[in-house]
Design a protein around this ligand. Structure first.
Ligand code: DAT
Ligand code: MG
Length: 150
């Protein structure tokens, strides 16, 4: 069993559209364990670091403007194969192409305003968690249903 941690962001459109509870519930119901949670007004500096891999792309500036346009909820989820599991729950980047049942498939139509970010590899998850959270902001605990969820 590979227990992993991954970073999820509920981006400013999710907060503005009051979808924080709905989206968080999907990760919770899957059986993932919450290890970190906070509301952040993202600075330009943090947005640049977070999306450094996209620097130079045509949508880069617009993406930074979007991520800094309002509060973002940052979460760390923990559990078996958490990185891939979260990406599956999110769906594809383009909301219009994302299948129903996924977060983006159910609630997003846009490519940019697609509600959620999720780390795309275990390596990037570690880098992103360190970028968004201090060690002391993360909590490890045994959930009471651990034997049932695996
Ligand atoms: P994902 O968020 O699915 O990992 P990504 O890492 O390729 O997607 O891109 C980061 C974000 O940038 C994505 O959530 C939305 C935006 N984006 C990606 N491709 C885009 C495009 N062609 N036009 C506008 N925004 C785009
Ligand atoms: Mg990505």
């Amino acid at each position: 069993m590979t227990t992993q941690r991954t970073l999820i962001l509920l981006k400013p459109d999710a907060v503005q559209r009051r979808l924080v509870g709905e989206i968080t519930a999907r990760f919770e119901r899957k059986g993932l364990r919450l290890a970190g949670l906070k509301l952040v007004q993202v600075s330009r500096e943090l947005a640049e670091k977070h999306y450094a891999v996209h620097k130079g792309k045509p949508f880069y500036e617009s993406l930074l403007t979007f991520l800094t346009s309002g509060p973002t909820v940052a979460l760390v989820w923990e559990g078996r194969e958490a990185v891939a599991v979260c990406r599956t729950l999110m769906g594809m980047t383009d909301g219009a192409k994302s299948p129903p049942g996924t977060i983006r498939g159910d609630f997003a139509l846009s490519v940019q305003n697609n509600l959620v970010h999720g780390s795309d590899s275990l390596e990037n998850a570690a880098i992103e968690i360190a970028l968004w959270f201090k060690d002391e902001e993360l909590v490890s605990f045994t959930s009471t249903d651990a034997n049932w969820v695996a």
